[in-house]
Design a protein around this ligand. Structure first.
Ligand SMILES: Cc1cc2nc3c(=O)[nH]c(=O)nc-3n(C[C@H](O)[C@H](O)[C@H](O)COP(=O)(O)OP(=O)(O)OC[C@H]3O[C@@H](n4cnc5c(N)ncnc54)[C@H](O)[C@@H]3O)c2cc1C
Ligand code: FES
Length: 273
């Protein structure tokens, strides 16, 4: 598939929360989307807001919806069950982390363009950092043939590794699970052993920059799922533009997955989960 982009219905719709699960430092929210497409592409994202109690408080925050990659999508009798993995870091994610079953989740999506197929003759190497593991989960499950490297701060965060069926290699900052290392050290070791890989990465800015540099040194193709602040999510506000070698692009329309080779290196240092 040349353009991994499933188009969203044009209006905001309300899905129904069907599951909430605490997973260490993260929350896994499942919502039944009755009216959206059944085939969002791994790496695409949704703009989410709780249908109730979203803004209107003392400072009106969070007000705007927030962007989230779907971690999984399953077709069920009544619609598509979408899983979102989130980390509560501010008013929007805190409200979403308090969602309960049967509450409404307002969403627009899927948006943007997802991961592209690997280069001919290369294996897929998935590299996730922290909450950035979310879009890698459905990408791993879709094709099942990937090697997965995950990095987390602590054992609490590393509980998210259990979502992956494929025995991922795990590194933690404090050594409480797996190797005490950065996930990019696991990546370097993999590429030193066999550089015939296409790398797919999502994680914090410093991690993405390290992945970009490692892959550039070895001439390994890499696709990075990136972030920037998103107000609309569908190309109207230009709030999410990022510089590339070909000029500025709107990350919500031309990304969030970009080829590492397209990036100005300074870009990667300024964005991320
Ligand atoms: C395409 C895309 C996919 C995403 N997928 C996920 C996901 O699957 N799970 C998840 O938990 N989060 C994801 N995020 C990040 C999520 O959108 C932000 O964490 C969220 O907007 C924070 O909202 P808030 O109101 O809780 O906090 P805010 O008050 O908006 O922010 C809290 C803190 O996070 C920083 N911050 C907020 N948004 C960003 C950003 N986009 N980039 C860098 N720093 C930021 C702020 O500067 C502040 O320090 C994604 C973002 C994008 C653009
Ligand atoms: S978020 Fe509005 S143009 Fe990208």
């Amino acid at each position: 598939m040349s353009e991994p982009r499933t188009l969203a219905p044009p209006e905001r719709r309300v899905a129904v929360v069907s599951g909430v699960e605490r997973l260490g430092a993260y929350d896994l929210i499942t919502a039944l989307d009755r009216f959206g497409p059944a085939d969002p592409r791994p790496g695409q994202f949704y703009m989410l807001a709780a249908a109730g109690e979203w803004g209107g408080g003392a400072d009106e925050r969070p007000y705007l919806p927030r962007a989230f990659s779907h971690a999984r999508a399953r077709v069920e009798d009544e619609g598509v069950a979408l899983d979102f993995l989130l980390e509560a870091v501010g008013p929007g994610t805190e409200r979403l982390s308090r969602l309960a079953p049967d509450e409404g989740l307002a969403l627009v999506g899927p948006l943007g363009v997802g991961f592209r197929a690997p280069a001919e003759g290369t294996r897929r190497l998935l590299v996730g950092g922290g909450i950035g593991v979310a879009p890698l989960l459905c990408w791993q499950e879709e094709r099942g043939d990937a090697d997965v490297l995950l990095g987390f701060r602590t054992a609490l965060h590393a509980q998210a590794a259990a979502l992956f069926a494929s025995q991922p290699q795990v590194a933690t900052d404090d050594g409480s699970v797996g190797r005490q290392a950065l996930v990019t050290e696991l990546l370097a070791a993999q590429l030193d052993g066999d550089a015939s890989a296409t790398v797919y990465a999502c994680g914090p800015p410093a991690m993405l920059e390290a992945v970009r540099a490692l892959c550039a040194e070895r001439n390994v193709p890499a696709q990075l799922a990136m972030e920037s602040g998103m107000a609309c999510g569908f190309g109207a506000c230009f709030g999410c533009v990022v510089p590339t070698r070909a000029g500025y692009v709107r990350l919500c329309v031309d990304g969030p997955v970009l080829d590492a080779a397209e990036l100005e290196t300074a870009l990667v240092a300024g964005t991320g989960h």
